[in-house]
Design a protein around this ligand. Sequence first.
Ligand SMILES: Cc1cc2nc3c(=O)[nH]c(=O)nc-3n(C[C@H](O)[C@H](O)[C@H](O)COP(=O)(O)OP(=O)(O)OC[C@H]3O[C@@H](n4cnc5c(N)ncnc54)[C@H](O)[C@@H]3O)c2cc1C
Length: 275
Amino acid sequence: MKAPVFDYHRARSVQDALAALADGNGDAKPMAGGCSLGPMLNLRLARPTRVVDLRHAPELRRVEETSDRLIIGALWTHAEIEDGAMPCATNGFLPSVAHGIAYRAVRNRGTIGGSVAHADPAADWISTLLTLDARLLIHAPDGERQASIDTFMLGGYSTELGDDELLTGIVLPKLSSRGRWAYHKICRKTGEFAKAIGAVLHDPERGLTRVVCGAIERTPILLEETSAALGRAGPQAAAAVLRDEIDRRLSDHDAVFRQMHHTAVDRALAELGSK
Ligand SMILES: Cc1cc2nc3c(=O)[nH]c(=O)nc-3n(C[C@H](O)[C@H](O)[C@H](O)COP(=O)(O)OP(=O)(O)OC[C@H]3O[C@@H](n4cnc5c(N)ncnc54)[C@H](O)[C@@H]3O)c2cc1C
């Protein structure tokens, strides 16, 4: 099947893109790498009357460093992050996750912002950014705001972004030299979407200790009790409370699903312990 007819607008700036979206009266869609939007158009799951191409808006490729933050534009591709084309604030966490996304042809086009805005529950960035306690920069016609990654995703393929809004950047914490992370993705073949994700971060100097379980068919979850045990007493203590928390938080899923997600997080904790 071919995509339905739409009007194509190449935006030259964020303001230009916002104006083109506003003109679309809710029927316009932004396009970043097109890796998900392209198939959705061809399958006619999306039928926008206008597609606003973001790839020529230079602000979406910004990189800005402060003493404790790195701000990156939404349009950085997975491949560029994998290759270390920007300063690394996360002790290798972002490049390693990027390397595990799909295969190189997809990574060459797919963008971190497109992935987060698309909000596929099985995608890698949404779980990673939750682990890092990242914040998101959103531009609306009436100005800019920051959103917490904790509340940005409302459910599978659903976010707090309005039809006339753009995700323009991601604010990442800079980890200290003592910041350690581990990420375990269960998938049948290398480069596939995850069946289960376990992600762990412990940076005592930055006060960041977070354990996340992802690819659960809805918003990834921050495992608060396991995170607290990790911060208090280390990976083994965290692993001891993990089973109970997973069983409670995923009680609407069957035992196989809970076991797979327990395994993903448990392996991430074990890897953290060995670092
Ligand atoms: C074969 C294949 C395998 C894949 N495997 C994985 C995988 O293993 N792990 C993984 O995490 N991902 C995977 N992906 C997803 C891929 O990596 C991209 O992240 C994803 O397709 C979206 O990024 P994009 O830049 O192409 O966005 P697009 O396809 O351009 O856009 C996706 C959606 O987000 C909206 N959008 C895009 N940018 C913005 C913005 N800045 N502001 C507001 N809305 C925006 C669009 O309107 C659209 O609705 C895979 C994709 C394919 C095709």
